[in-house]
Design a binder for this molecule. Structure first.
Ligand code: ARG
Length: 389
């Protein structure tokens, strides 16, 4: 991926050696020929750090993708065959080095290819359902608005580092600026069919030199949202060569297809972005006064990525009349979500995992479980609770 280009001053005979990525961070990686040399003559992509883009997926047909839920990979339609059962694809997740033996590898079970791909509407996207969920890997949320369809984008992939070049062992990344639709369409005859609502262009028009390339297809183009979380705005689709001047990369405009993607995911049993961080647990008992004030117990989520619209809350309360209890989840920003109302259930204790739908809450921060006993007679205590975000 990320075709890099020698500077004008570079000696031509050095070209072959120079057309490789210089790792910005050689940290945990074993030296390879791809990382040796070229030195300061190369501009463009650099190596991604392990864990920097944890939702990146390498697909065995030679494409990229991003974890949309813990069991669905969002990729490009042109990377997959038709909609239906498909057990031929292997997804590699959790590593920047494709030869890292700690990689998680899971087979596909089903492919959903955008029904509008290849029509005048466009829509180069597809979802791949995996045989099993992948735990512990964050998902990359997709933008649902056009607000982020501008600015500077980040791209990443294991595709060719030069036009016509070899696929890469290590994940590479680069930043590419937005190119507006009219400028993109007018960049040359290759771009004359640009579908404005369906495609988003990016690249360095004047100089070229930084781009995605063959094998990066299906991978995400992303940026920071207003909450500083990564959000996907594009899917690597096509381009006229790689990294040529006046030849931007063309990306699927995710905002246009966000609701179609979400609907397809729901159908596939992917169910929208799923919890992937935690659990974070509090095991300290908190007594619940009889028909008294609400009490709270908190946990602090750290090391998570971005925001979420769902939370799994496992609650263990010892109590002699659980119908007396009202339980709420409080998000770090104070938003309150009702998990349970009071009622006539006279049973003892609560040992339940609630699935809370929350409104795009930042994962990191202090979450609180709020419990109130609203009827007299019975008492108890919060034994433990945990949250997975
Ligand atoms: N279609 C290519 C693939 O299948 C991606 C090409 C992206 N090209 C570009 N210049 N940005 O991998």
């Amino acid at each position: 991926m990320l075709l890099t280009k020698i500077l004008r001053s570079a000696v031509l005979s050095a070209m072959t050696a120079a057309l490789v990525i210089v790792p910005a961070h050689s940290a945990s990686a074993a030296p390879t020929s791809a990382q040796d040399e070229p030195g300061p003559r190369v501009v463009g992509g650099t190596r991604a750090l392990q864990g920097e883009f944890p939702w990146m997926v390498r697909l065995s047909m030679g494409c990229g993708g991003a974890m949309y839920t813990n069991q669905l990979v969002l990729t490009a339609a042109h990377c997959v065959g038709s909609t239906g059962n498909n057990t031929t694809i292997t997804a590699t997740v959790g590593v920047v080095d494709l030869q890292d033996t700690s990689a998680t590898k899971v087979k596909s079970t089903y492919v959903h290819r955008s029904p509008t791909y290849g029509t005048s509407t466009g829509g180069d996207w597809a979802l791949i359902k995996l045989a099993t969920p992948i735990t512990g890997v964050p998902t990359l949320p997709i933008t649902t608005t056009t607000a982020y369809d501008t600015g500077t984008f980040t791209v990443a992939g294991w595709g060719a580092a030069t036009e016509g070049g070899a696929q890469q062992r290590y994940l590479l990344k680069a930043n590419v600026p937005y190119v507006d639709d009219v400028t993109c369409r007018d960049a040359g005859s290759y771009y004359s069919d640009l579908i404005f609502p369906a495609e988003l262009c990016a690249g360095q028009m004047a100089t070229g030199g930084v781009d995605t390339c063959q094998g990066d297809s299906g991978g995400p183009m992303f940026r920071r949202d207003n909450a500083n979380a990564w959000i996907q705005v594009g899917i690597v689709s096509h381009g006229d060569g790689c990294a040529r001047p006046s030849a931007p990369g063309v990306y699927t405009q995710v905002s246009t297809f966000a609701s179609a993607i979400a609907a397809a995911a729901a159908n596939l049993g992917g169910g929208g972005p799923t919890p992937t961080c935690g659990p974070f647990t509090n095991n300290t008992d908190v007594s619940i006064p009889d028909r008294g004030a609400a009490v709270t117990s908190s946990v602090t989520a750290t090391g998570c990525t971005g925001s979420t619209s769902s939370a799994q809350v496992a609650v263990n309360i010892v109590h002699t009349y659980r119908g007396d209890l009202v339980i709420d989840l409080l998000a770090p920003d104070g938003s309150s979500y009702r998990l349970k109302n009071s009622g006539s259930d006279s049973g003892d204790n609560i040992n339940t995992t609630y699935s809370a739908t929350v409104s795009n809450e930042t994962r990191n921060g202090t979450w609180r479980l709020k419990v109130q006993d609203v009827a007299s007679a019975d008492v108890g205590y919060i034994n433990s609770w945990s949250i997975t975000l």
